[in-house]
Design a binder for this molecule. Structure first.
Ligand SMILES: Cc1cc2nc3c(=O)[nH]c(=O)nc-3n(C[C@H](O)[C@H](O)[C@H](O)COP(=O)(O)OP(=O)(O)OC[C@H]3O[C@@H](n4cnc5c(N)ncnc54)[C@H](O)[C@@H]3O)c2cc1C
Length: 453
């Protein structure tokens, strides 16, 4: 048996890498983890967590507005971007500290440097030239903002990495993209008071989501004053003094203060030495793996966004755990990539689990669609016009619920619980039998009686 410096070398201390490293170390493996930026990865440092903190900040605008209908007189509120960013940064630093401590406590050794793969059992730290041999290597390098789209003046655009550290709240922001990251930042900046323009090349926002969800969100965003320019791309961006002039493919122009490109992410495999080490990548540069997250090189595995399967934190964590259980815990574990509850933290919020209506129609001949669209109770006094949408998709043959979709307050929280029911194979009869909690929005899930289709 060859001698290796460690049993496991993890490249990337993000959601997937940290979980894998901790669990493998707890199984008794000798583990080293390399991180080139900050411990915690995208989710903690410049993704889910800081994003959600900004979302919270932005939603106070609605609260201040709504309060009047309930008798409150709120003096014109003032917002300070610098305070928000400083408080957010303090919280992120605290979380990063927890991630470090957790790795340390588990017995995994952190190396604060970039690492690249040199062969099936060797990694190199380019900064020092140090070589480390490992029985297994785990690639957990995540993703990075795509360089696309290309246009003249692309260098004036920022990505989601930089948006968390803008020096000031922009008066105007133009966001390129129609996916969840673009949608979320549009809501954040609109709530904080910026004039937001969304430029998306597709015919509608949120490709892959249920059509009702997409049309509801678009209408709500427009009603909130977000300008949505569909089937358009940015042709060029020119710096004019301290502003940007954005020219679209249709020849129209507008001025903005910040141009944020949120048009997708790509697996972060650039310069990682994978191709030279014989690790197969797909056409998007993602590491190709089997159901146990093993690459075509038997000693090298990959988890999380770098594999471009389902690019969400809980998935990366699940894959990291399954990898450690399989390789170091003698418990071969496959990860199920179906039935994933997920949220888009726009305002209004979206929560979904299971199939969209069009996917469900393609799979089930007797699909029943239940829908509720209503103004929540709070809106009766606040005067807010936005409606909540809830939609249940039921396979008529088995009565099983195959999809649930919501646009409205706390949709993410609601869909987390629906996810439990759906993963247990809940039927419409199970929902019907459940007593409502009154008065809530969530009670609609158990009181929808008549299918609309
Ligand atoms: C703006 C934004 C919002 C998001 N919001 C959500 C959300 O609300 N919910 C959700 O579930 N997901 C969200 N995501 C996605 C989520 O962040 C990712 O799915 C998750 O972080 C993937 O984890 P990972 O371990 O694969 O990679 P990451 O968390 O990206 O970690 C990879 C780590 O590897 C390091 N690294 C890369 N290459 C090297 C190298 N060669 N040497 C050393 N270190 C290296 C990186 O610095 C990074 O720290 C969001 C993403 C973004 C960008």
């Amino acid at each position: 048996m060859p001698q290796f410096d460690v049993d496991l070398f993890v490249i990337g201390a993000g959601s997937g890498g940290v979980r894998a490293a901790r669990v493998a170390a707890q199984y008794g493996a000798r583990v080293k983890v390399a991180e080139e930026y900050r411990v915690g990865g995208t989710c903690v440092i410049r993704g889910c967590v800081p994003k959600k903190l900004l979302v919270y900040a932005s939603r106070f605008a609605d609260e201040f507005e709504d309060a009047a209908g309930f008798g409150w007189q709120v003096p014109s509120p003032a917002f300070d971007w610098k305070t928000l960013i400083a408080n957010k940064d303090r919280e992120i630093a605290r979380l990063e500290g927890i991630y470090r401590t957790n790795l340390e406590r588990a017995g995994a050794q952190l190396i604060e440097a970039r690492a690249v793969v040199e062969g099936p059992h060797t990694v190199v730290l380019p900064a020092t030239g140090e070589r480390i041999t490992a029985r297994n290597i785990l690639i957990a390098t995540g993703g990075r903002p795509a360089d696309q789209p290309h246009f003249v003046g692309r260098e004036h655009a920022i990505s989601s990495n930089e948006v968390f550290h803008l020096a000031a709240l922009p008066e105007r922001i133009t966001i390129i993209g129609g996916g969840y990251i673009a949608i979320e930042f549009a809501a954040v900046f609109a709530g904080l008071g910026s004039k937001v323009t969304l430029v998306h090349r597709g015919p509608h926002l949120l490709r892959g989501f249920d059509e009702d969800v997409r049309t509801t969100l678009e209408a709500d965003y427009k009603a909130r004053g977000i300008e949505i320019l569909l089937e358009r791309t940015v042709a060029r961006a020119d710096k004019v003094q301290d502003r940007l002039r954005v020219t679209l493919c249709d020849g129209s122009t507008h001025e903005t203060d910040v141009l944020l490109s949120a048009a997708g992410r790509v697996p972060y495999t650039q310069g990682l030495g994978l191709a030279a080490s014989g690790v197969a990548l797909n056409e998007r540069g993602a590491v190709m793996v089997d159901e146990f997250s093993r690459t075509n090189v038997p000693s090298i595995f990959a988890v999380g966004d770098v594999t471009d399967r389902v690019n969400l934190t809980p998935m990366a964590i699940r894959e990291g755990q399954a990898f450690a259980d399989t390789v170091f815990g003698e418990r071969p574990t496959r990860v199920d990539h179906k039935l994933i509850p997920t949220a888009v933290f726009g305002t209004p919020e979206i929560g979904v689990v299971g199939l969209t209506e069009s996917e469900a129609r393609a799979q089930y001949a007797q699909l029943k669609v239940y829908k509720a669209s209503f103004r929540p109770l709070k809106a009766t006094l606040s005067g807010r016009q936005e409606r909540t949408l809830m939609k249940l998709l039921v396979d008529g043959a088995t009565d099983k619920i195959v999809g649930a979709h919501m646009v409205g307050d706390h949709a993410g929280e609601q869909v987390q619980l629906l996810g439990i029911a759906l993963s247990m194979g809940a039927t419409k009869a199970d929902f019907d039998r459940t007593l409502a909690v009154h008065p809530t929005s969530a009670e609609e899930w158990v009181t929808m009686r008549t299918p609309v289709a």
